[in-house]
Design a protein around this ligand. Structure first.
Ligand code: JFZ
Length: 447
């Protein structure tokens, strides 16, 4: 009856035991409780949509805009909760027009909007029923701006994502506290899991009352690196309510199970220029990089360090060449308007995309990895060379995977001279074809 296990079965059992022990070990690491996640077909389709979309509008808007010193003002100026609570009564954005904002994003060539539903100050920019710390209950404006935006986005065919801060400088149950928001004057007690229940409660509202949404852009886990964030549970809640919703988190680490895209803050994927993404490695999820148009996320009245349209367009091209989306930020003013410097740049980018969008939208990173001179994007059998910075009339490139059938300058469709050689490809760029933003050459390859 009891046959002695053959070596094969024995080995198999050892393997099984090892796997079980590994799973047990992994489940002990607080942040990584979920070891498997199977995205649904809707979710995979949403990821492809996301990768094709390429360009989105990031909006940092909250009661902090009243002070005009950015979204970190509560922490930076050590404002206690009791003082900070005087801001909502002063926040009355009567000039806010959802239709105009969405139309502006569209005019910029953007396909989605990611807006702060709650930033680190905990203030909900929507009508939350589980707190009165929100725009409807605390401001003279009394309107749910996320609802207005959601309706307008649906009308104008733009997808809406919510940035939701896991870090909370006001909620008493955000305890033990992390590395920031320490001058808030909260009592030294609180129930961590009650806070997470509250956060899940607000997420449920966001995923239930605003129609189909694009996804949730989390931020703030970095404030309490060692905490049990119950990620698996929160991510499951989102996917159960809306399977297509894409989950991403600005935790600056390799993606966790349950995440659908990976973001890089103020850096192109894999670059580590800001020090933010030091520990981050590129995974195989869709990628996104976000950037400001001056140096602030939330409205900052003194920040006049505007980035040029040229640099923004080049960043969009570089992001696409790195196989990533570009999420470009505006911090609207307390009256509900977007400042003219931002509007001007967005419209200029839109004009550029109207002409050159085919080299950006629905592309993926091309066969030649990003170079100092520029990047390549690919769509089917077409390769787009984005030459951003090259002083000479000839550019030498590595050999492409197939022979070239046709080469042209996207500027006016005129033919481009190429010389294919076994050691590489030479491209001639006549001075009159050089574009101040991006000289784009389309190479059609033999199938
Ligand atoms: C975060 C927010 O704090 C910021 O206000 C903004 O919303 C941005 C998009 O995301 O910025 C971060 C996140 C992490 C670090 C620094 C800034 N970090 O780990 O050093």
């Amino acid at each position: 009856m009891f046959a002695i296990p053959s070596t094969k079965i024995f080995r198999y059992r050892c393997l099984l035991l090892a796997a079980t022990m590994l799973a047990l070990f992994c489940s002990m690491t607080p942040a990584r409780t979920q070891t498997s996640y199977q995205p649904t077909p809707e979710n995979l389709a949403a990821r492809r949509w996301f990768q094709d979309a390429k360009f989105g509008l990031f909006i940092h808007w909250g009661v902090y805009s009243v002070l005009g010193e950015g979204e970190w003002v509560m922490n930076n100026k050590k404002i206690p909760v009791s003082e900070y609570e005087k801001l909502p009564p002063q926040f009355n954005p009567t000039a806010f027009n959802a239709a105009e904002w969405v139309a502006l994003a569209k005019a910029a060539g953007m396909k989605y909007i990611t807006i702060t539903s709650k930033h680190h100050d905990g203030f909900a920019m929507f009508d939350s029923k589980i707190t009165d710390w929100d725009i409807v209950d605390r401001t003279p404006y009394k309107k749910d701006v996320l609802k207005m935006l959601a309706d307008e986005c649906r009308k104008q065919d733009v997808k809406l994502f919510f940035y939701h801060s896991q870090l909370d400088w006001r909620h008493p149950d955000y305890y033990p506290r992390g590395g920031t928001g320490l001058a808030s004057g909260r009592p030294d007690s609180g129930e961590w899991y009650r806070y997470l229940d509250f956060m899940d409660g607000q997420l449920k509202e966001l995923l239930t009352n605003y129609g189909e949404i694009g996804g949730i852009w989390f931020d703030g886990m970095w404030d309490k690196k060692e905490a049990d964030w119950r990620l698996a549970r929160t991510y499951k809640l989102i996917h159960d309510l809306q399977p297509q919703a894409l989950v991403g988190s600005n935790h600056h680490l390799a993606p966790f199970p349950g995440e659908d895209f990976q973001m890089f803050e103020k850096d192109l994927p894999g670059q580590k220029t800001t020090g933010f993404n030091e520990e981050q490695e590129i995974g195989d999820l869709p990628l996104e990089t976000c950037e400001t148009m001056n140096i602030s996320w939330g409205y900052n009245k003194n920040d006049k360090n505007f980035i040029s349209t040229r640099a923004l367009i080049q960043y969009l091209a570089r992001a696409a060449g790195n196989n990533a989306n570009f999420l470009l930020n505006v911090g609207p003013m307390p009256n509900g308007e977007i400042q003219p410097e931002f509007v001007e740049r967005l419209r200029e980018m839109g004009k550029w995309l109207e002409k050159y969008g085919e080299a950006i939208y629905a592309t993926r990173g091309g066969p030649i990895t990003p170079r100092p001179w520029g990047v390549t994007t690919r769509k089917g059998n077409k390769i787009y060379l984005h030459i951003l910075d090259w002083p000479d009339e000839t550019l030498a490139l590595p050999r492409l995977p197939q022979k070239i059938k046709n080469a042209l300058f996207l500027k006016d469709g005129s033919p481009a001279e190429t010389f294919e050689h076994e050691s590489g490809l030479l491209l001639r760029i006549p001075p009159q074809m050089v574009d101040e933003y991006d000289t784009i050459v389309e190479l059609e390859l033999v199938e």
